[in-house]
Design a protein around this ligand. Structure first.
Ligand code: ADP
Length: 982
C-alpha cells in the first residue's frame, strides 16, 4: 500500500478521491435525510390509521352504550320475561359490530346471550365485571381482550340492571367486535404488504391483520422481530413482520374510552415499499457519483500522465544523468509551468555544477601537482593514491591500492605517535603533523601531513584523506638555517655593535642584546617599532637615502655619523651599515643593520677637527715637525705666511724654514739645541724669510711626547712680532721720557705744595688769631670774612694735602704703616667725625657695622680713616636734603671683609662710572656748587690697593650709590664680652 502511494500518480488520484469525499458525504446525508422522511411517512400513516381506529372504536362503544341503555330500558329484559334472550339474538343479527350481547347474574354467570354459547363461562374474573359490581359507574367499558366466548378481540361495555331501589339485579353487556379492523385496515390506503398488529398491555396479540387466526393470542415479540433500535423521534423501527418480511413498524397507543387504555397498534409497512423512493434516488445519486468518480479518475490518469508524470520522468532522467556525470543532458520540458521552472533551475544547476566541476578539476589538478594525496578506509587500507604518492614512495599504484599505510612507515615515530593520530581522527578532528616515511628503496622522506576524517550517516569513520607535502628539502634547509641562525645569533648577541633586522618598512624584527648597552633599550621593547623612531630628525632623510633605499634595491648601504636617541634622551653618534637579506626566491625579506657607537670617536674627531680648524684659523703660525729630522708634518696658513712659502710647497721641508740674521744665529743655535734636548722654549728672535724679508718672530716651541713619554715631535707657534718689537722699542723710549717728565712733575708738585703750604699755614694761623683775639673782637662782617678765609684756607690745605699725597703715591714715596685695628671702632670714629656735616644737611647715618664688631683688619689707620671719611663725606655731600647714609660691614665665609657705604643721593650715571677713581674727575659736580676737587676717590683707590684691598661702586642715577671696600680680614677677636651693644 505504501508502495502504491509512493507513485506520484497514485498520490494525485488519492488527492482527487479525497477531494470527492465531501461529495460522498453530501450524498450520504441526503440519503439519510430521505430515509428519515420515509420513516416519518410510515409514522404519519400509522398515526392516521390509529386515529381512525380510535374514532371507529369510540363510535362502536357509543353504539354499545346506546344499545345497553335501550336494553336496560326494556322491561322485558329487566324483568327477564320469557323469551327475552331472543332480543339479544336479534340485536346480534342486526348489528355486525357486536360480537355478543347478553346478561349475567350478579355473580357473573351468563343468564342469557346472543352468541351461541360455546362453553359455560363466568365473567366474574373480568375487569369490566369487577368494575360494574363496584357500582361506581353506570356504564363500564372493559379492557381489550380476546373474547372468551367468541375468541375474537373484543371490548365489553356493561350496564347494571337495577330495581327501583337501585339495586343491581343483573348486568347487561355488549361485546364490541374488534375484527372490524380487518375491514378498516383493508379499506385504508396502506400500501400493499402493510401489516397491522393489535396487541394488549401484556404484549398479547389481539388481532393481526395477516393470518389473525395464527397470531391471535401469541406474543407480539414473535410477530414483530426488531432488527435495531427505534428511531428516537418517531419510534419507527425496522423489524421482520409475522411473515418474515422486513418492514418499518410504527407503534401507537389506541385512544379509547375504556377504563384502561390497554391496546396498542403496530403498523408495519414493507421496507422495500417505504424506502423504494429513497433507494431509487440513492441509486441514481450513487450512479452519478460513481460516474463523476470514474470520469475524474480517468482524467487524472490520462492528465497526470501528460501534464505531470511525463515531465517529471524527464526531469528524473535529467537528474539521473547529472548524477551519473552527464551534465549536458536537458529535459526539454515545455515552458510555462512550474515543472518547466524546475527544469530551468535544474539546467542552471547543471551549468553551475559543470562550472564547479571544471573549477574543481583545475583545483584538483593543481592540488595533485603539489600534494601527495591518499585515501584510506577505517582499517588504514589505501583506496586511493595520486601520482605524487606513487612517485615519492616509489611504489606502483597497484602495489599501493589495497595495501596498508604501514607499508611506508619508517619506524621512526614511536607507537604512541600513531595512537595519538588515530585518537584525533577517530574523534572527527583533523590531524596535522610531520611524519617520516620510508620509500621502497628504504630511504626516508619527510612529509607535512594533514589527515581529514570523513564519517558516514551513522557517525562511523568511513574514510580518511591524507594530504601531504614533501618537506625533506625544507627540513634540511631549515636545519641549515637554524645552524646559520644560531651562528648569527651567537655573533649578534656577543657583538659590541648593535645588529638588528628590519622589515622592508624598517620595523625592528630582531635586535641584538648589545642594544641595551649602547642605546639603553631592552631589545624586546623595540621589536615591531619603527627603526626611524630613534633616529635624530635631521638624520632621517640621510639614513633613508644611504641605507634603507639601497638595501631595498638589493645594494649594501653605509652611513657615517648619524645620531640615535639613547634612552636617557641624549643622542649618540653611530656609523651604520645595511645589507639586504633575501629569501630563497630572491625577494628582499628584511634588512640587516649594523650600528657602531662612534660617539667617543666622534668627540675626538670633533676635537681634532676643531683643533685643526683652530690651528688653521690661528693668526699664529703653527708648525709640527719631527724631532729627529725636523721634517715638517703640519704647518698652518699663518706659518706659511710668516715664512713666505706656499702651503703646497711645505711637505718635505725642514723646520724652521727661516734663516737667522747675523745677529740672531746664536739664538737659533740655542733653539736647535733645545729641540735636540727635548726642552721647551720661548724666544723672540730675528730671522730672514724665504723671500729675504727680515722679521722678528715670537717663537714658542713645545715637545710632543708619545704614550711612553718619548718626545717624537715638536709643535712651534710663531708670531710675526716685528711691529711689536719696533713699537715696544718706541714705547720704551716714550716711557723713559714720560717717567722722566713725571718725576719732574712730581718734584714740581711736591715742591709747589710745600711752598704753598707754608704761606697757607701762616694765612690760616693769622686768621684764627684774628678770629679768637679777645683784645680785638671782630664785628659780624669781619667775622664772616675771617670764616671765609678759614674755609678757603682749609679747603686749599686739603687740596694741597691731597696733591701731596698724590705726588707721593705717584713717586712711590707713600709709605704705609699697617697695624691691626678693629674695624668697628674705626667706623664709629669716622661716623662721629662726619656727624656734624651730616646733621647740617639733615642726613641720617644708619650704622649696621655691628656685623664686624669682633673683626680686625691690618691697615694703615690714618690712611684707612682717610678712605672711610672720603666715602662718608661724599655720601653726605652728594646726598639729598634729609637723605640717608648706611654703613654696613660684612665678613664672607672666606674671611674677606666688606665695608659698604651707601647713600640715597643723586647717584652716578652708568656711562660715567668708568670715570670715577680718576684724578680730577668730578663728573659734572663742578657745576653743582658742591665743593670738591675730584682727587679723593682716585686717592682712595690707590690707598686701598696699597692695603691689599679693592674698591668698587654700584650706583643708580637719582636713587643713590654704594661704595664697597673689600679687605682681607686678618683675625677674629675671640672675646665677645669686649663688645658692648652698638
Ligand atoms: P670730589 O668729591 O672732591 O669732587 P672725589 O674724588 O671724592 O672728588 O669724587 C669724584 C666725583 O665723584 C665727585 O665730584 C662726584 O661727582 C662723584 N661722587 C663721588 N662720591 C659720590 C657719591 N657718593 N654720590 C654721587 N657722586 C659721587
Amino acid at each position: 500500500m505504501r508502495r502504491v502511494f509512493k507513485s506520484l500518480r497514485s498520490r494525485l488520484i488519492a488527492l482527487i478521491l479525497a477531494a470527492m469525499l465531501p461529495m460522498l458525504a453530501i450524498v450520504w446525508l441526503i440519503g439519510v435525510q430521505m430515509y428519515h422522511t420515509a420513516v416519518d411517512d410510515v409514522y404519519r400513516e400509522t398515526k392516521t390509521l390509529v386515529q381512525g381506529i380510535s374514532l371507529q372504536q369510540e363510535k362502536h362503544i357509543n353504539a354499545a352504550r346506546e344499545l345497553l341503555f335501550a336494553l336496560s330500558a326494556s322491561p322485558e329484559i329487566t324483568e327477564q320475561r320469557p323469551g327475552f334472550c331472543s332480543t339479544f339474538n336479534q340485536v346480534l343479527a342486526q348489528q355486525s359490530i357486536f360480537a355478543n350481547v347478553g346478561m349475567t347474574d350478579l355473580e357473573g354467570n351468563t343468564i342469557c346471550m346472543g352468541a351461541p354459547r360455546t362453553h359455560q363461562r363466568s365473567f366474574s374474573d373480568r375487569l369490566w365485571f369487577r368494575q360494574i359490581r363496584q357500582g361506581r359507574n353506570e356504564i363500564v367499558v372493559g379492557d381489550y381482550h380476546l373474547g372468551v366466548m367468541v375468541n375474537e378481540p373484543v371490548v365489553i361495555v356493561a350496564k347494571p340492571v337495577k330495581n327501583k331501589k337501585n339495586e343491581h339485579l343483573a348486568y347487561l353487556f355488549v361485546s364490541v367486535d374488534l375484527s372490524w379492523f380487518n375491514r378498516l385496515t383493508f379499506g385504508s390506503e396502506l400500501p400493499k404488504g402493510a401489516e397491522v398488529v393489535f396487541y394488549d398491555n401484556n404484549g398479547v396479540i389481539l388481532h393481526a391483520d395477516s393470518k389473525p387466526e395464527i397470531w391471535r393470542g401469541k406474543p407480539v415479540g414473535e410477530a414483530i422481530r426488531k432488527t435495531g433500535a427505534p428511531d428516537p423521534e418517531t419510534g419507527v423501527v425496522e423489524a421482520f413482520g409475522s411473515d418474515g418480511v422486513s418492514r418499518l413498524f410504527s407503534f401507537a397507543r389506541l385512544q379509547s374510552s375504556s377504563a384502561t387504555e390497554n391496546a396498542f397498534v403496530a403498523v408495519g409497512i414493507p421496507t422495500d415499499t417505504a424506502l423504494a423512493q429513497v433507494r431509487r434516488t440513492g441509486g441514481w445519486a450513487a450512479l452519478v457519483v460513481l460516474g463523476v468518480f470514474g470520469g475524474m479518475l480517468l482524467f487524472a490518469w490520462v492528465g497526470t500522465e501528460r501534464l505531470v508524470i511525463t515531465p517529471v520522468r524527464r526531469l528524473i532522467r535529467q537528474a539521473n544523468a547529472h548524477a551519473a556525470g552527464d551534465l549536458a543532458r536537458r529535459s526539454s520540458v515545455p515552458a510555462g509551468t512550474e515543472l518547466s521552472t524546475l527544469a530551468h533551475a535544474l539546467d542552471q544547476m547543471a551549468v553551475k555544477l559543470a562550472e564547479r566541476d571544471h573549477e574543481l578539476a583545475r583545483h584538483l589538478h593543481a592540488f595533485n601537482e603539489h600534494a601527495i594525496v591518499s585515501a584510506a578506509d577505517p582499517d588504514g587500507n589505501i583506496v586511493y593514491a595520486n601520482d605524487k604518492f606513487c612517485e615519492i614512495s616509489q611504489y606502483t599504484r597497484e602495489e599501493i591500492i589495497g595495501n596498508n599505510h604501514r607499508m611506508i612507515n619508517s619506524g621512526f615515530h614511536p607507537p604512541q605517535f600513531f595512537t595519538a593520530l588515530w585518537e584525533t581522527i577517530s574523534k572527527g578532528r583533523i590531524w596535522h603533523g610531520n611524519i617520516r616515511n620510508r620509500r621502497r628503496d628504504g630511504s626516508h622522506y619527510w612529509v607535512a601531513s594533514t589527515i581529514v576524517p570523513f564519517f558516514d550517516d551513522n557517525g562511523r569513520l568511513e574514510r580518511y584523506f591524507s594530504i601531504r607535502t614533501d618537506i625533506t628539502h625544507a627540513l634540511t634547509i631549515d636545519a641549515e638555517l637554524q645552524k646559520s641562525e644560531a651562528r648569527f645569533r651567537l655573533l649578534a648577541e656577543n657583538a659590541l655593535d648593535v645588529i638588528s633586522l628590519h622589515d622592508p618598512d624598517c620595523r625592528y624584527s630582531y635586535i641584538s642584546p648589545s642594544c641595551e648597552r649602547v642605546l639603553g633599550y631592552a631589545p624586546a621593547g623595540l621589536i615591531g617599532h619603527d627603526g626611524y623612531e630613534l633616529v635624530h630628525p635631521d638624520d632621517v632623510e640621510r639614513m633613508r637615502e644611504m641605507l634603507h633605499q639601497p638595501a631595498l634595491l638589493g645594494q649594501p648601504g653605509a652611513c657615517e655619523y648619524v645620531r640615535l636617541r639613547h634612552r636617557n634622551g641624549d643622542y649618540i653618534w653611530v656609523d651604520a651599515s645595511a645589507v639586504p637579506s633575501r629569501d630563497e626566491t630572491g625577494h628582499i625579506v628584511n634588512i640587516q643593520l649594523s650600528v657602531r657607537d662612534v660617539t667617543a670617536r666622534k668627540r675626538v674627531e670633533d676635537v681634532l677637527r676643531l683643533h685643526d680648524r683652530a690651528l688653521a684659523a690661528s693668526g699664529s703660525g703653527i708648525v709640527i715637525f719631527r724631532r729627529d729630522d725636523f721634517g715638517i708634518e703640519y704647518a698652518n696658513a699663518a706659518y706659511s705666511g710668516i715664512v713666505e712659502c706656499p702651503k703646497a710647497d711645505m711637505p718635505g721641508q725642514s723646520w724652521p724654514m727661516l734663516r737667522p740674521t747675523p745677529g740672531s744665529s746664536g739664538a737659533w743655535q740655542i733653539l736647535r739645541e733645545a729641540v735636540n734636548a727635548g726642552d721647551e722654549m720661548h724666544v723672540v728672535v730675528e730671522a730672514i724669510s724665504r723671500r729675504n724679508h727680515t722679521l722678528w718672530v715670537d717663537l714658542f716651541a713645545s715637545p710632543v711626547r708619545d704614550e711612553s713619554g718619548v718626545v717624537t715631535h715638536y709643535v712651534a707657534a710663531l708670531s710675526d712680532v716685528t711691529e711689536q718689537v719696533f713699537m715696544e722699542r718706541a714705547l720704551l723710549r716714550a716711557k723713559e721720557a714720560a717717567e722722566q717728565a713725571s718725576q719732574v712733575k712730581s718734584k714740581f708738585l711736591s715742591h709747589v705744595s710745600h711752598e704753598l703750604r707754608t704761606p697757607l699755614n701762616a694765612i690760616v694761623g693769622f686768621a684764627q688769631l684774628l678770629e679768637s683775639d679777645p683784645d680785638a673782637p671782630l664785628n659780624a662782617e669781619q667775622q664772616e670774612g675771617i670764616k671765609r678765609i678759614l674755609r678757603s684756607g682749609w679747603l686749599l690745605r686739603e687740596l694741597i694735602d691731597d696733591v701731596l699725597d698724590l705726588s707721593r703715591v705717584e713717586a712711590g714715596r707713600l709709605v704705609l704703616k699697617p697695624e691691626e685695628v678693629n674695624v668697628f671702632d674705626l667706623l664709629r670714629e669716622c661716623q662721629q667725625t662726619i656727624a656734624a656735616q651730616a646733621a647740617e644737611k639733615g642726613v641720617e647715618i644708619v650704622d649696621s657695622s655691628g656685623e664686624c664688631v669682633r673683626h680686625t683688619v691690618r691697615v694703615d689707620v690714618r690712611r684707612f680713616k682717610q678712605v672711610l671719611l672720603n666715602l662718608l663725606s661724599n655720601a653726605v655731600k652728594y646726598n639729598r636734603e634729609g637723605g640717608r647714609v648706611a654703613v654696613s660691614c660684612d665678613v664672607s665665609e672666606e674671611g674677606a671683609m666688606c665695608i659698604v657705604v651707601s647713600d640715597t643721593g643723586i647717584g652716578i650715571a652708568p656711562e660715567k662710572q668708568d670715570q670715577l677713581f680718576q684724578y680730577f674727575s668730578r663728573l659734572d659736580a663742578e657745576n653743582s656748587g658742591i665743593p670738591g676737587v675730584g682727587v679723593g676717590l682716585a686717592l682712595c683707590r690707590h690707598l686701598v690697593d696699597l692695603m691689599g684691598g679693592t674698591i668698587s661702586v654700584e650706583s643708580i642715577l637719582g636713587e643713590g650709590s654704594s661704595f664697597a671696600i673689600e679687605l682681607p680680614a686678618t683675625s677674629c677677636v675671640p672675646e665677645p664680652a669686649y663688645f658692648g651693644p652698638v
